[in-house]
Design a protein around this ligand. Structure first.
Ligand code: ARG
Length: 471
């Protein structure tokens, strides 16, 4: 700042506003108002959009080509300083003010021309959208890495049989690969939602000014192309306050967190001595300070627990938006706190869950031992249906056999054939074959079922699905 007439309190602390203020602001206000600690990470996007803005101002006849080039050169110098670790100071209000200060330090007064026709309102909306587009790409790739681990583990488990559960009660035998892939497809849907969130973010607000649109003839189409957006916002009032893309990204993270918590819960449960289906590797577990025998699945527990925060973040944003008057309001500054934390958390959780899963060993003999012939009760009823009984009649007959087993404390395969014959006349001596877990699985070759060919097809479909990425 060299123009002496403007060297007042506001200029000294490098504010983007302040002309209409006599003195400075209260430290208690600054402490609340300054967002630099949260929004600092937006700097690469703010620099990029500022370069595009300089070009737009040149196109509109506001800057000469020399001034435009000087600003670009200055922004490059700012980038180098930031890459080298330049940090904001306490009086930098937000990332936009910070970059503006650095730019002034680099190129002097010409830097003051860059803020022509733009406001931090359209600036922050643009920078946050650019960050969101980048974040969806990072999340997509982290989710894909976990999905690949699932596929790799599932390949070794195709022929391993385990109980499936409903109500956490043993239900019907399934391939362990089928169980693991049950956690793959929710993540695949999450990736589709992330692609949508990326599209929702890719609409350019720059050129909306503070609220009513830019008063200079800048080309928003050129800005859109230069910054990699798919379109431009159709209404400047909406553009500066639209945080739907943040809400959509937060919904993605909340549901993704929820899915990870369920995978974590299955693994934690199956890793308990009571189940014993899973043995955790050492590198993603911890020991107990008191009980020497313990190996605790902390990574999975933290994944499960962190979902709570992500659900809260979505609620926080929706509560912030609800009832706001139209256009920009300072409440919106807090959108970044929650969405940054949600994405940061997932970028920590996803690799940890992928690692924990990759290093887990599946104890297929324990899975097999958890199968009992009573779990084949449904298959036994299907057997009777194939012999001509109605399902209702078959269900009743098998139910009586199961009750007999329960009373005698035994399993279906130990009952004498006479008991089967007494329960229903259609039972023949091939009935014991219907009590095999392999038979049970083999009968379920329906698309999406647990039959061996169906599971192989599912694994191939899963691998193919991973070929689709966000950009
Ligand atoms: N730091 C602000 C935010 O994150 C930038 C926009 C401020 N706009 C304003 N008119 N004070 O929302």
């Amino acid at each position: 700042m060299t123009t002496t007439a403007f060297v007042d309190a506001a200029a000294k602390s490098h504010k983007l506003w302040g002309g209409r203020f006599k003195g400075g602001t209260a430290p208690q206000f600054d402490a609340l108002n300054n967002s630099i600690r949260v929004d600092f990470r937006l700097w690469p996007f703010d620099v990029e959009l500022s370069k595009a803005w300089a070009m737009a101002l040149y196109g509109a006849g506001v800057l000469t080509i020399a001034e435009c080039k000087e600003i670009e050169r200055g922004l490059d110098a700012v980038t180098r300083r930031l890459d080298a670790g330049a940090e904001p100071i306490a009086s930098d209000e937000d990332v936009h003010t910070f970059i503006d200060r650095l730019l002034h330090e680099e190129i002097g007064d010409v830097a003051s021309k860059l803020h022509t026709g733009r406001s931090r309102n359209d600036q922050v909306a643009t920078a946050t959208r650019m960050w969101a587009m980048d974040a969806t790409g990072q999340l997509d790739s982290a989710v894909r890495q976990l999905q690949q681990v699932m596929i790799d583990q599932a390949h070794g488990l195709e022929t391993a049989l385990m109980p499936s559960y409903t109500h956490l009660q043993r239900a019907i035998p399934v391939s362990a690969a089928h169980w693991l892939l049950a956690h793959f497809w929710p993540l695949e849907r999450d990736r589709a939602r992330l692609r949508y969130a990326a599209k929702a973010a890719a609409v350019l607000p720059l050129g909306s000014g503070a609220v009513a649109g830019c008063a200079y003839p800048i080309s928003r189409t050129l800005l859109q192309g230069a910054l990699g957006f798919d379109g431009v916002t159709p209404n400047s009032i909406d553009a500066v306050s639209d945080r739907d893309f943040v809400a959509e990204l937060l919904f993605c993270t909340a549901l993704l967190g929820t899915h990870l918590s369920r995978l974590a819960e299955d693994l934690i449960l199956y890793g308990s001595s009571e189940f014993g289906f899973v043995q955790f590797g050492e590198r993603f577990t911890s020991g107990s300070s008191m009980m020497p025998q313990k190996r605790n699945p902390d990574a999975l527990e933290l994944a499960r627990g962190s979902a709570a925060r992500m659900l809260g973040h979505l609620t926080t944003l929706l509560a912030t938006l609800k009832g706001l008057p139209s256009s920009y309001n300072k409440d919106l500054q807090d959108d970044k706190r929650v969405v940054f934390d949600a994405v940061d958390t997932l970028l920590l959780v996803l690799p940890a869950v992928a690692g924990a899963l990759a290093e887990s060993t599946f104890r297929t003999e324990r899975m097999r031992a958890a199968l009992s012939t009573t779990m084949m009760a449904t298959d036994l009823a299907d057997y009777l249906v194939r012999k001509g009984a109605t399902f209702r009649e078959a269900h009743g007959a098998v139910g009586r056999l199961v009750r007999a087993c329960e009373e005698r404390g035994t399993e279906l395969h130990t009952l004498p054939f006479a008991d089967f014959a007494a329960a229903h006349p259609a039972f023949e001596d091939d009935v014991f074959d219907a009590l095999s877990a392999y038979r049970s699985v083999e009968h379920r070759e329906v698309e999406g079922g647990t039959g061996p060919a169906a599971v192989r097809a599912q694994l191939e479909a899963a691998q193919r699905a991973l070929e689709v990425t966000i950009r």
